[in-house]
Design a binder for this molecule. Structure first.
Ligand code: ACO
Length: 402
């Protein structure tokens, strides 16, 4: 019913592309994905090699500075990050203020904004030294912020980071240690988290990264952009899917629903039920991150009978999907979130905390993308156009005559 020539006359010749299915919002030299071949590379390095050989901080350095660090560069980076793990003592009050049931992603987003407020001398996006300080401050503080979000959700006292521990070791101790019971570091768990964080570290222009760039494009400070990234990630169609997958598996088991009946619900579009952890905008072949996680899942769940039962159900759902026309036709495969929740659960995290772990892994990617955006002299504020489809001009009617 719209007069297209009139629309074009007022809007100009613009492209309507809901969901940015065909629209590139930037050029980038950080992450390469070939969705048809199932390829993911950070700065040219295959994700499989980084996941098996690098550490998370080494990968963070690579994403942010563009090259793998030398041993000295990495030691310097680790040292600077470690120096910034301790939060201003007054930030604890912020965490104490949240109600027990607050979602950890809400608390984390607020924590990052508060971190910016406590670091007012590194908010200028045009000052390289300030951006560098904010980069180190954010990476250093994120494990503490994320662990405190967990601690406040379970009502346990906060721990302080320790200089002698690595980044991931500190994070696990901040989460699971208590003043009365020292956390025993298990190298297998540390290695698992190094790998999981590397797998999440960047994924080019997904919803949260595009949000980080959009907010950054207004010259909002880097903390505001990262907090916005956390908010975008929290949705169940994005990072929130790891929580949704576990809740789906638990509910299926509680309801005693078998995989086939559930799949029939998923295929019935009217039901509104989705197989969470399946499908991806870019991967039309197996998500390489899901493949790596799946290869470790057995070994990581060996001590958890509850997670093992859920894993059996997940494997059954995957098998059913991979031989079902509905999923084959639409090229729907497990994505990174399909198996992560099972691992996080086996390690003792509650389901509503899983997405905060995703955010911890994704932070260096968001920072790298924000810095790349700001280094581009031709960058512009993000300002999409629209196609107006509302009322044509009409006269105001006084309230007494409506
Ligand atoms: N279960 C059932 N059907 C699905 C699923 C699913 N998980 N995913 C896609 N489909 C169907 C759609 O209904 C659509 O069917 P149609 O062509 O008959 O209408 C078709 O497959 C294409 O899907 P779209 O939604 O158009 O794909 P899009 O690229 O817009 O969405 C998304 C991708 C959001 C990931 C989607 O697959 C989804 O909702 N998956 C479940 C949530 C999830 O796991 N999200 C995590 C993604 S990875 C990440 O963010 C880290």
């Amino acid at each position: 019913g719209y007069d297209i020539s009139k629309l074009l006359a007022t809007t100009g010749n613009v492209t309507l592309d809901p969901g940015f299915v065909n629209t590139a919002s930037c050029s980038s030299a950080i992450t390469f994905i070939d969705g048809n071949a199932g390829v993911l590379q950070y700065r040219g390095y295959p994700i499989e090699q980084l996941a098996s050989q690098a550490t998370f901080l080494e990968t963070s350095y690579l994403l942010i500075y563009g090259q793998l660090p030398t041993a000295d560069e990495l030691a310097d980076f680790e040292h600077k990050v470690s120096d910034r793990m301790l939060l201003d003592e007054r930030m604890r009050e912020l965490y104490r203020m949240f109600p027990r049931g607050a979602h950890p992603m809400q608390v984390l987003s607020a924590g990052i904004m508060a971190l910016g407020a406590f670091n007012r001398d590194n908010l200028d996006p045009h000052d390289d030294a300030q951006v560098e300080e904010a980069t180190l401050r954010l990476i250093g503080s994120m494990p503490t912020l994320a662990a405190y979000a967990y601690k406040s959700s379970v009502g346990e006292p906060f721990m302080y980071p320790q200089k002698k521990l690595s980044y991931v070791e500190n994070y696990l101790r901040l989460s699971f240690g208590t003043p009365v019971a020292e956390y025993e570091i298990d190298p297998a768990v540390v290695k698992a988290f190094e790998t999981l964080f590397i797998l999440h570290a960047d994924h080019e222009q997904n919803c949260s990264t595009a949000t980080v760039r959009m907010v950054g494009s207004s010259d909002a400070n880097i903390y505001a952009s990262m907090s916005a990234g956390v908010n975008a990630l929290s949705g169940p169609l994005h990072g929130g899917a790891n929580q949704a997958v576990l809740e789906m598996l638990v509910k299926l088991r509680e309801d005693g629903l078998d995989a086939k009946t559930f799949m029939n619900q998923v295929k019935d579009k009217k039901s509104g039920v989705k197989l969470m952890g399946f499908g991806h905008r870019v991967y039309k072949n197996y998500d390489p991150r899901a493949r790596i996680i799946k290869s470790h899942v057995d070994e990581l769940l060996r001590n958890s009978s509850k997670s093992n039962a859920l894993l059996d159900l997940a494997l059954e759902l995957e098998d059913t999907a991979l031989s079902d026309e509905y999923f084959i036709e639409r090229k729907l495969y497990p994505n990174v979130d399909f198996y992560t929740g099972l691992i996080y659960e086996a390690m003792g995290f509650p389901a509503n905390y899983f997405t905060a772990l995703f955010a911890l892994g994704r932070l260096p990617g968001w920072i790298a993308q924000w810095r790349e955006e700001h280094a581009d002299p031709k960058r512009k504020i993000g300002r999409p156009r629209q196609i107006y489809i509302g009322e044509t001009e009409r006269d105001y009617v006084p309230i007494t005559e409506r």
